[in-house]
Design a binder for this molecule. Structure first.
Ligand code: FAD
Ligand code: FES
Length: 286
């Protein structure tokens, strides 16, 4: 799993490669979509997994870790969804189309989508968790015949906070993936979908869930995990079939600096995707 050149020459994953910003778009007040392409167009992202992340750098500013939100089935560009929270992201938000950033990676284990072939999937995201799961969703749409029932439940605090609202509405109307959207509170009076926490969407799918052939993939704020896991356990989804992507402070992304270590395990190498079974055994993970 690596960034490769078209002629199969492997690229050094320590070395950041320049990439041009092709497009940006505000997803919410503080979160922006970035579409980039490597300056060396012979570099392609080959066989990376949804759920993996890249390390982005800006010379003179620093670097930060971001999930790849595009799927490996679409290799012409790489997409990110990035929230402005501090010094790196503030500098990034000042950049425009045509500007250059640097990328290294991909890192982490991601979701083993090949290993999930033939299974039913319940994909649950909340807030910024939609970023890595968008890569899963688009991958599944591109390879729909490889999976059986696929349900997507997405929650946000309010209509204005929902990332990729237009994309997910389009996904719902394509009908390739059964999509349900919810907001905690509708402060507009015009939200046409469910109002309530993302867990309120489970009754819409519960009677069709076949527990022994279902894998759940979840990503969202820490408070969401507890309640979503409760719903999944009610549906008798086995603990090792509940996959969650967890964020930890990371620096090198390659198992060298120790920044992300918990109980001797490097979450940059073993994560960011963990099973609920792992999470229960490693207390600090969640
Ligand atoms: C595997 C992984 C994937 C990620 N994917 C994304 C993504 O797709 N989109 C996105 O917007 N962000 C993502 N993040 C978080 C992102 O790395 C941080 O927001 C970024 O490093 C902040 O840099 P900064 O210099 O702008 O902020 P800083 O000045 O470093 O921090 C500003 C504030 O954000 C908090 N913060 C910084 N890093 C983290 C973190 N890792 N987790 C929680 N809080 C943090 C700090 O405590 C501080 O309060 C991911 C992190 C990891 C580990
Ligand atoms: S981020 Fe350096 S060891 Fe994981």
């Amino acid at each position: 799993m690596s960034i490769q050149k078209c002629d199969d020459e492997e690229i050094n994953t320590y070395k950041a490669q320049p990439a041009k910003i092709l497009a940006t778009k505000d997803l919410t007040e503080d979160t922006r979509y970035f579409k980039v392409r490597f300056v060396d167009e012979s570099i392609i992202e080959e066989e990376y997994r949804p759920g993996q992340f890249a390390i982005m750098s800006i010379p003179g500013v620093g670097e930060a870790v971001f999930s790849i939100s595009s799927p490996p089935t679409r290799t012409d560009f790489i997409e990110f969804g990035i929230r402005k929270v501090g010094s790196f992201t503030e500098a990034l938000f000042k950049l425009k189309e045509g500007d250059i950033i640097y990328l290294r990676g991909p890192y982490g284990d991601g979701f083993d989508m090949g290993g999930l072939r033939g299974r039913d999937l319940i994909i649950v995201s909340g807030g910024l968790g939609a970023v890595p799961l968008r890569s899963v969703l688009l991958f599944v749409e591109d390879r729909r015949e490889e999976y059986d029932q696929v349900f997507f439940l997405n929650g946000a605090r309010s209509p204005a906070d929902m990332l990729y609202r237009e994309d997910f509405e389009a996904m719902a109307s394509r009908g390739i993936i059964e999509t349900h959207l919810s907001v905690d509170k509708d402060d507009t009076g015009e939200w046409p979908y469910n109002v309530g926490f993302v867990t309120a969407l489970f009754p819409k799918i519960a009677d069709r869930v076949v527990s022994e052939k279902t894998t759940a993939l979840i990503c969202g704020p820490p408070v969401m995990y507890k309640n979503v896991i409760k719903e999944l356990l009610k549906l008798k989804i086995p603990k090792d079939q509940i996959l969650m992507t967890l964020e930890r402070r990371m620096k090198c992304g390659q198992g060298h600096c120790g920044h992300c270590a918990i109980e001797g395990r490097y979450t940059c190498l073993e994560g960011p995707v963990f099973t609920y079974y792992d999470v229960q055994r490693i207390k600090e993970l969640i």
